[in-house]
Design a protein around this ligand. Sequence first.
Ligand SMILES: Cc1cc2nc3c(=O)[nH]c(=O)nc-3n(C[C@H](O)[C@H](O)[C@H](O)COP(=O)(O)OP(=O)(O)OC[C@H]3O[C@@H](n4cnc5c(N)ncnc54)[C@H](O)[C@@H]3O)c2cc1C
Length: 439
Amino acid sequence: MENSCEPVATIYWFDLDLRLDDNPALDLAICGASTLLCLYCHDPAVSDVDTFGTKRLGDLRHRFIERSLDELSASLQQHGQSLVQVSGPATTILSQLIEQYQIQRVLRNRHFGHFEVCAWEQLQRAHPSVEFIEAEGYTLFTREQVSGIGTLPQTFSKFRRLVERMPVATPLEPRPFPPPPSLPETSPQSQADPSSLPDAQFQGGEAAAMNHVNDYFASQSPSTYKQTRNELDGWSSSSKMSPWLASGCLSVRRLYQCIKHYEAEHGANDSTYWLFFELLWREYFQWYALQHAEKLFLPGGIGGGKSDFAFDRRRFDDWCKGETRWPLVNACMQQLNQTGYLSNRARQIVASVLVNELALDWRCGAGYFEKQLIDYDVAANWGNWQYIAGVGADPRGGRHFSIEKQAQQFDADGRYVASWDNSQVQPDRTRSRRGTQEA
Ligand SMILES: Cc1cc2nc3c(=O)[nH]c(=O)nc-3n(C[C@H](O)[C@H](O)[C@H](O)COP(=O)(O)OP(=O)(O)OC[C@H]3O[C@@H](n4cnc5c(N)ncnc54)[C@H](O)[C@@H]3O)c2cc1C
């Protein structure tokens, strides 16, 4: 991508990149700007409910984002800048600001969600004389690199083999900012009320992200990641980077660089490779989401076929509250509801139960995760749900886990269930509604 570096009135649109470190689109914006308006749009649509009555943004993720924005705003002030936060649909806000400040360029980091891609295209059509530039700030690789492998492979394994030796760009350091245009005084945005929420395990913001990265690598947990990553609980069993990666408080290229530095110092092994391997799963789902666009949200998934999933309010509510017949499922859902986080293993178990045992439309589960997860990421969430429901990138046609086997393997002493399952529901070994098949 060319950058003219001529000083023009520029808007930088922050969204899933709530950081200054290694922010490629921001770097380009700074380079060519006479004035720079740093914008964040609070989209009211996050309060809407989906087809199944679930709100899109829950309290825990809302708090995480608000905290990240507070910190970003303070960091920008230290650079003589300010973060303009406006509530409303992004396309309307940007159109107004483009007119008001005679903006010539708008930049953001690439988005992989279909609706965000459409909003960007809509803006480009509405303002043909404005230059719109997207850079790669959310992924390890650029669009050009990924296009270079040809059509996106249908399976993750093929994708991984093609990309895992491709170079990852060195992270960028922040550079000095141009001034903002003269802005009217604004009243502060409403914040999530922290007193009404339990203490957070995950603190939003770029500084908290880097503290976590430093602690994680200093603990040397990456050297044993492959052995521990499937555990249901435990702070260092997996990296816990996901909330910061999803909100963009942490650059994935910075994380990759930390893995490489760690390997140089402590030695590379299967575990350090596996951490990178998981980042490639994240990567795959981003490009998968971009390719399949609105099919990410269709009941029949990327194949577009008909699905035989149904919906039952009672069964769905019981699953959401963690009041099912299965203590392991209840423990997982209660952990999710209390903390906004769930291990990958637990996510797979509860997703498989929703699809197979409860025979519910997978999209109601994906929508509930969207609301509850602090690390919600449109591509990773909907892509993983499709995978488990058998309507996505899975040649084996879905995943069905035996709850009993999972409990024996991952919670043999019952400690996990004892810590999280507070439901009074009596366990019942009733068989699945969709037959059994072990993943
Ligand atoms: C049904 C379901 C829904 C999910 N929804 C999300 C989501 O909304 N947001 C999200 O970030 N992850 C999602 N995941 C993937 C995975 O469960 C989480 O990324 C992981 O548990 C986060 O914990 P961690 O940071 O300790 O991961 P680690 O095991 O330490 O992995 C390192 C990083 O790799 C990435 N990663 C790991 N596994 C996956 C995966 N299967 N798919 C994509 N990326 C992965 C994440 O960015 C993660 O932070 C989902 C998985 C399932 C089965």
